[in-house]
Design a binder for this molecule. Sequence first.
Ligand code: SDX
Length: 355
Amino acid sequence: MSDEIKVPRGLANVVVDSTAIATTGSTGNLLYRGYRAVDLADRKSFEDVAYLIVYGKLPDEAELKAFRNKLFSNMVLDDDTKRIMDILKEKDIMRNLRSITSLIKYRNGDFNEMFIQMEAKLPLIAAYSAHAAYGEHLREPEGEYFAEKFFSLIASPEKKKYWKSLEKLMILYMEHEFNASTFALRVAASTLTDPVSAVTAAMATLKGPLHGGANSEVLSYLSGIKNEEDARNFVEEKLAKKEKIMGFGHRVYKKKDPRAQYVKEELRKIAHDDPKFIAAELVENYMFEKKGLPANVDLFAAVLMDFLGIKEIYNLPVFACSRIFGWNAHYIEQVENNKLIRPAAEYTGPEERDL
Ligand code: SDX
């Protein structure tokens, strides 16, 4: 048809809609409702930022208290859900998150309840999955804050004093404009399906290695890098084989990912002599020198979680337990001013013919 518009594959640099939630935009800073995400990570709690992302403003004391109460009072799994995970013993925690989230019970039609149920229960589903599949010791969420409770479920108790480093990472993982999983969620939401179904679509998308699935591969290659020569050889080998190096490159950040830089500096403060941190910087320097590709958030996120004693099986689940707040915000924004997302296609099949 004459009014069709051809756009680059992958929708690279194509503005498909507007959003007031976040931008990776023009200043090179990731902004959450206008505030720099790194400033929020420095000075606000996870719950403050989650409230800002979902409801559009930073909470006052009473709003924060009520939000915490709603989240924490729903941080419990019913026996049926646990029994299903005991039967499934699914070792791929992200696959379990996707499946079990879609079973979360809620009163039909109450979207706000669905948001809270998912936000509160994802950390527990992740932790219980590991218990059911790997026999991980089951702990109760401890602490006063969301990230502190999540830390107590999945990280090493010896590293407890660093729980705020996990909180900062989770704030930076929370929202990222029209990334693939969020866009998948918006396509689903545009059909007016319910939030739990839309989040299931987002989780299925996040699971892909080009999107969220990258951070668990990072650790395996970093452990083999002991010095600059190892780093150079590793990068040269991968590039020669035209293979992607996980934790590098980004559709939007062509010079630097501000989140990666923030997490790197957090690591320099608490783990400057960690061998994987040193290896990550060596690879980062050579990748930028050789290919001009910046590290993305996943490179240093993987090193930080490893340092905190968080097993790599949790890497992607940590991302999802944080991004659920961004996904919920995008669900609300999409349906508030909805238009079914249904693009056109250029047909390259056989001409019309009789059967
Ligand atoms: C996240 O979009 C988001 O916002 C996502 C995210 C979020 O918060 O939601 O930021 C989270 O997904 C971070 C990215 C995690 N993924 C990885 O680390 C996987 C490795 N990265 C690549 O697969 C890649 O960089 C993408 C998919 C992230 C972006 O790819 P693009 O924009 O489609 O670019 P491209 O694949 O066309 O690459 C351009 C060039 C190519 O070289 P040439 O063919 O032109 O010679 O750069 C090369 C690519 O081969 N390249 C890489 C590379 N990434 C790109 N080469 C080696 N290793 C890499 N990682």
